[in-house]
Design a protein around this ligand. Structure first.
Ligand code: PEP
Ligand code: MN
Length: 374
């Protein structure tokens, strides 16, 4: 589906700054926060969960509709636009009775296309801007699918919200960023603004600033940051919420860079560096292609000698020596390991194809699958 003709949101000029407590806990908390944000001018949109999807039952899941009334005061008395998460048709209907300015779909909702479909039906004919968080797992089709579903019921003010993905290994983050997923979404839908939620990525308040800066450096369209008056006693997501002083400090320290510059010195130096990168990429591609041609010859040779495609010891040696070389050349261990694994996988695939072709044409001894060992 072609997604185009998205309409601008119209809040602020630079990256959109969205902030507020994970959950609206009391009217006083909401009004005090929103007044402070209004006074500092750096927050474009006040957000707060009022229906919070919690993974485990028995934890605080929001104040519900009565909190919408508190948010009305923020909109009307303080003239600050507000955003809430919606996860069902009932939530959307409540947001029509007590208007809000923006709604968002959470990671759990986006993971279920049936829920997204239902919410889309409720949103059809409304003009809500909708932010779509990435699903729990790194599945670009699910993320894009939710955006397409909204688009196909006529919504035109849509944005992506990158909040990271459930990690299956030990990581310092609550949700691993996998920045390449946000890049992929932006490449698939160039007109779509994609914002970042550093709070849910970090899971801990002290990691929020580095992620927020990285998101700005990646030229993302905004930040959504959880801020609480008393984080240790917050009813939800207490470890990741910033206190007001830390939020103020973060806003002061963030470096807002421009995506481009007209300065001629800058442009010509950047051009030089880009030529270097182009030339290196060219050489990398030629080298990888030559490596695959050698792999094909090896496949042919192994086939004629009736030897398996895969030899465990050789692979372990390649992985070890290339990783050591990469690390001593200053590359990240994980990066070089992934790179060599991808190249090796393709090499096995090339050898396999050659073997199959030779076998089919009867130019190779032995019958296929008994000898394969991968
Ligand atoms: C939340 O805002 O507390 C929340 C559940 O967010 P996410 O959908 O990103 O997990
Ligand atoms: Mn939260």
């Amino acid at each position: 589906m072609e997604i185009e003709a998205l309409v601008s949101w119209g809040f602020g000029k630079g990256p959109l700054i969205i902030a507020g407590p994970c959950s609206a806990e009391s009217e006083e908390q909401v009004i005090t926060f929103a007044s402070a944000f209004k006074a500092t001018c750096c927050v474009n949109l006040f957000m707060s969960g009022i229906w919070n999807p919690r993974s485990r039952p028995g934890t605080f899941s929001g104040e519900g509709v009565r909190a919408l009334e508190w948010l009305q005061r923020v909109r009307v008395e303080l003239e600050l636009p507000v955003a809430v998460e919606v996860a069902s048709t009932k939530h959307v209907e409540a947001c029509l009775r007590h208007p809000v300015d923006v709604v968002w779909l959470g990671a759990r909702t986006v993971s279920n296309p049936f829920s997204v479909d239902e919410i889309c039906r409720a949103l059809q004919g409304t003009s809500f801007p909708v932010m779509v968080k990435n699903p729990l797992g790194p599945d670009i089709e699910l993320w894009l699918g939710a955006i397409e579903r909204l688009y196909s019921v006529g919504l035109r003010r849509i944005a992506g919200m990158h909040r990271g993905f459930t990690p299956f290994t030990t990581t310092p983050y609550r949700n691993i960023p996998k920045w390449e997923m946000a890049i992929e979404l932006r490449s698939r839908v160039p007109s779509l603004p994609v914002l970042c939620d550093p709070s849910h990525m970090a899971g801990k308040a002290d990691l929020v600033p580095e992620i927020a800066q990285k998101a700005l450096d990646m030229n993302m369209s905004g930040l959504m940051i959880e801020v609480h008056n008393d984080p240790p006693n917050a009813l939800s997501d207490s470890e990741q919420q910033l206190d007001p002083a830390s939020f103020e400090m973060l806003m002061k320290n963030l470096v807002f860079r421009v995506p481009n510059s007209d300065d001629t010195g800058f442009r010509s130096h950047l051009e030089d560096l880009r030529h270097q990168i182009d030339s290196i990429d060219h050489q990398i591609i030629d080298l990888v292609a030559s490596r695959m041609r050698v792999s094909e010859k090896m496949g042919e040779y192994k086939c004629r000698s009736n030897v398996t495609v895969f030899q465990l010891n050789r692979w372990l040696e390649i992985l070890k020596t290339r990783t050591e070389q990469g690390v001593s050349a200053g590359l990240e261990k994980e990066f070089i390991e992934n790179l060599i694994k991808i190249i090796h996988e393709e090499s096995i695939r090339c050898q396999d194809i050659v073997m199959d072709q030779l076998r089919e044409s009867g130019r190779c001894p032995g019958s296929s699958d008994e000898n394969k060992d991968d």
